[in-house]
Ligand binder design. Structure first.
Ligand SMILES: Nc1ncnc2c1ncn2[C@@H]1O[C@H](COP(=O)(O)OP(=O)(O)OP(=O)(O)O)[C@@H](O)[C@H]1O
Ligand SMILES: [Mg+2]
Length: 447
């Protein structure tokens, strides 16, 4: 690749020199512009690998430049320089399509990180072939595929909302794998699974001796994901005090390990997900609005299988192939009756439930074709549930507590079976939280 060229736009000479020196040291040639009009004419004259613009310019706003680039040269990543303590503008710029932002006073480390990832965008030799793909032919899935490709190219926080098993984590991974961070780590963390007293140290790390049990320095998840992506799964489960700390980290792009006095610069892209309604949680004061605003810069909504039943056959055939490969047998085909039955079935556990169902089916099946009766669909209709409960009440003997425990145990094991052992998903099926389900599983000694 020939030497990359950047366009830097600012009316302050000091800042322009800092930018051009940093760029030069990184092997990037820079062209300068002092205002919006000049920037536009430079952009029209040649192509740039990267553009860095201040927001306050003598003849207008840097936002105009972001928009101009989006409309005319959308391949060029543009980062904005925001005033100190102005997070709103940063979010606005990201929503307009800016690749990233950096706050004044400029930290050279942060500047370097931005320059590096924007250069990596243009360098296709580095791109790796993503191992997985998002399957489906429905309009909903087509839209998401296009969105993944688009947002992979910038650094803005993405929030993925969707029911359990709809592919939220898969979408997050694909965004990472399609972007300039692909060769750096993707770190996934289930915010509901970390005990609250350990959370701060898990996220930000700690210094040796900072609390009982801190035997050595430990890197937090943010540092582990440095240069890459941190996937905050079940973000709704974050306790309030951590929400505050997370907000601060995202805004300042720094972390401070527990027991440490200085901040460390980090360069991490945040992708978050939940099946919960964060808007509603904000109204109930359970989730901070300022954090929501910050993580939800680019919202993606993962459609349930029920919203796209036409995708069920494609997915079913794909999973059969995949599972057969894994266990080393030839993939059987699904008869049209079987496909029809699957497409008409409700899957509250969505794609994961379909996958688990086919795994079970294949484990019990021999032969080249799978017919409708070979598939053991769980009976979920409400009337059914009602009668079986009534029947067991009639058959009840002994103290009510024991009986309730039996019912509880049965409901939990059924849900775990449906979710293929995934506690998060089972918790959702049962309308409870990961934590309380984990507690119940322990208490009832369920395997
Ligand atoms: N469109 C799709 N194409 C192919 N595989 C998919 C698709 N959607 C989901 N999957 C697969 O289904 C399984 C569940 O997906 P994933 O873990 O991403 O769901 P999730 O939304 O994160 O679920 P949960 O809320 O329970 O954590 C994974 O094995 C994933 O690869
Ligand atoms: Mg998930």
């Amino acid at each position: 690749m020939s030497e990359p060229v950047a366009l830097i736009i600012d009316d302050e000479q000091d800042l322009l020199s800092l930018l051009s020196i940093t760029l030069r040291r990184m092997g990037v040639e820079s062209h300068k512009a002092g205002n919006v009009a000049e920037a536009k004419s430079q952009l029209d004259r040649r192509s740039f690998d990267l553009c860095l613009t201040d927001l306050r310019l003598p003849d207008g706003s840097g936002m105009e430049i972001v928009k101009y680039i989006q409309d005319n040269y959308s391949e060029t990543p543009v980062a904005v320089i925001t005033a100190f303590g102005d997070p709103k503008t940063a979010v606005e710029a990201l929503k307009l399509g800016a690749f990233d932002y950096i706050a004044k006073p400029i930290e050279v480390e942060q500047l370097k990180a931005i320059i590096e990832s924007s250069i990596r965008l243009g360098d296709t030799s580095q791109s790796i072939e993503p191992a997985r793909t998002l399957l489906g032919e429905s309009e909903e899935i087509n839209k998401i595929r296009a969105l993944i490709n688009k947002v992979a190219r910038n650094q803005a926080p993405v929030h993925i909302h969707g029911e359990t098993g709809t592919g939220k984590e898969l979408i997050a991974r694909l965004i990472h794998e399609h972007g300039p961070r692909a060769s750096n780590p993707f770190v996934a963390v289930n915010c509901g699974a970390i005990p609250s007293e350990l959370m701060e140290s898990e996220f930000f790390g700690h210094k040796k001796g900072s609390f009982t049990g801190a035997f050595s320095d430990k890197k937090g998840l943010f540092e582990a994901a440095n240069g890459g992506t941190l996937f905050l799964d079940e973000i709704a489960e974050l306790p309030q005090d951590l929400q505050v700390k997370l907000l601060r980290t995202i805004q300042e792009k720094t972390v401070r390990p527990v027991g440490e006095v200085t901040e460390r610069a980090i360069d991490v892209r945040i992708i978050s997900a939940t099946h919960k309604d964060l808007q509603e949680m904000i109204e109930k004061d359970q989730f901070r609005e300022d954090l929501y605003y910050r993580v939800n810069v680019i919202p993606i909504s993962a459609p349930s299988l029920g919203e796209r039943p036409d995708d069920i056959p494609v997915l079913a055939e794909h999973f059969l192939k995949l599972i057969s490969e894994k266990i080393g047998v030839e993939a059987p085909t699904l008869t049209s009756e079987a496909l029809k039955m699957l497409a008409g079935h409700q899957f509250p556990g969505n794609v994961r439930e379909l996958e688990n169902l086919l795994e079970r089916t294949l484990a019990l099946h021999e032969g080249k074709t799978i017919d409708a009766e070979d598939i053991d669909l769980p009976q979920v209709s409400r009337s059914n549930k009602g009668t079986s409960e009534a029947a067991s009440v009639a058959a009840m003997d002994g103290p009510i507590e024991e009986h309730l425990v039996r019912i509880e145990r049965k409901l939990i094991t059924d849900a775990l079976k449906r979710s293929g052992g995934n506690i998060t998903q089972a918790a959702e099926l049962l309308g409870t939280t990961f934590r309380s389900l984990r507690y119940k599983i322990k208490k009832l000694e369920i395997e």
